[in-house]
Design a protein around this ligand. Structure first.
Ligand SMILES: Cc1ncc(COP(=O)(O)O)c(C=O)c1O
Length: 377
């Protein structure tokens, strides 16, 4: 079945008793035991909940994994994955990873002896950074906010050769456009808050494990640490997922038009979008993904223009986050990536002239008109 049909049918036919088309919300903490030593399969909602189960099975099928797990936020999902490792272990990740992931590694997990190294995502640098203590490589592609491309299959091969795990944050493209497990990754994580949920109305995180052995470990961590997604939010995410394919298509088409328009603007000095013909890494991207997504970053010729653009936008909202139906604009150096030290930010290109646009599904001409009046004043 094509993914655009799969997303629509998540949960359909799972409530055999009533035949409900929309998944029922099991708003219960606990479940009655039929008899001593017997279970309906559901005992306590932290462990399993039928609404969350539909979501978890659905996302596992979309990513092509053995099992899925839903968490209270993307950071809770990433935390659960990092808890697979222990003191003395080492992780290799990318230098322009999401600022929250950097903060979690540097300010939380480092206290428990988990070390991280930061590389540019090339096979050469990953190989150089791997030590005997390395247990995993954690990548995003395209990266946030500069849209750098990492070759998933090539890094997966390095990981296989070294017997370490590959974790891919697939937030930006979703399984509609990119399925890292099929390319050799072991674990996929998502800030489901973004495209999966799609409406800027809920926080959630997803982990999908490739095999049952890893799935058992993650299930144990999920149940032990307890940062699960509640039944109501699980239902909202199921509902969001139903339109994922059609939304991704629209985000993609709008972002392509906007990236091309920005490229031709006299005050725009660089545009970062993998759908542009001169984007570094486009060939790799085209091999591993079937769309470019809705994220566009760009620099303007003067840092003083940044605050005025942020103040002047009307249709586009000046707000953090991404992946929802509404277009949002952010200033990474001061917002999403503020926790990355200034010297590293500047070296990476996350400068005081860089803006990041999460292109929504409004009419593309309306978005362009808004950008035009915001840039030109
Ligand atoms: C790529 C990426 N991963 C993870 C996260 C964290 O997700 P959440 O905000 O749902 O905790 C974000 C948030 O912006 C993100 O952009």
């Amino acid at each position: 079945m094509n993914i655009s049909s799969k997303v629509v049918h998540i949960g359909v036919g799972t409530d055999e008793k009533t035949g409900a088309i929309s998944t029922p919300i099991y708003q219960t903490a606990s479940f009655q035991h039929p008899a001593l030593g017997e279970s309906t399969g559901f005992d306590y909602t932290r462990t399993h909940n039928p609404t969350r189960q539909v979501l978890e099975d659905g996302i596992a099928a979309l990513e092509g994994g053995a099992a899925g797990f839903a968490f209270a936020s993307g950071m809770a999902a990433i935390t659960a994955v990092l808890l697979l490792y222990r003191s003395g272990d080492h992780i290799v990740t990318i230098q322009d990873c999401y600022g929250g992931t950097y903060r979690l590694l540097e300010r939380v997990f480092s206290q428990f002896g988990l070390e991280a190294s930061y590389v540019d995502g090339s096979v050469e640098q990953v190989l150089q950074a791997v030590t005997p203590a390395t247990r995993a490589v954690f990548i995003e592609t395209p990266t946030n906010p500069l849209m750098n491309i990492v070759d998933i299959a090539a890094i997966a091969k390095v990981c296989r050769d070294k017997s370490i795990q590959l974790i891919v944050d697939n937030t930006f493209l979703t399984p509609c456009f990119q399925r890292p497990l099929e390319l050799g990754a072991d674990i996929v994580v998502h800030s489901g808050t973004k495209y999966l949920a799609g409406h800027n109305d809920l926080l959630c995180g997803i982990v999908v494990a490739k095999d049952t052995e890893l799935a058992k470990k993650i299930q144990f961590i999920q149940n032990s640490t307890g940062s699960i997604l509640g039944p109501n939010d699980s239902w909202l995410l199921i509902r969001g997922l139903k339109t994922l394919a059609i939304r991704m298509q629209c985000h993609n088409e709008n972002a392509q038009r906007i990236a091309e328009w920005l490229k031709g603007h006299s005050r725009v000095t660089a545009v970062y979008y993998p759908g542009l013909p001169d984007h570094q890494g486009k060939d790799i991207h085209d091999r591993q993904a079937s769309g470019y997504g809705g994220m566009v970053a760009f620099t303007v010729d003067d840092p003083d223009l940044v605050p005025s653009i942020l103040e002047r936008v009307r249709l586009i909202q000046f707000a953090e986050s991404l992946g929802g139906v509404e277009s949002l604009i952010t200033f990474p150096a001061r917002q999403t990536h503020a926790d990355i030290p200034a010297d590293i930010r500047n070296r990476l290109g996350i400068s005081d002239r860089l803006l990041r646009l999460s292109v929504g599904i409004e009419d593309v001409d309306d978005i362009i008109s808004d950008l035009e009046q915001a840039i030109e004043g």
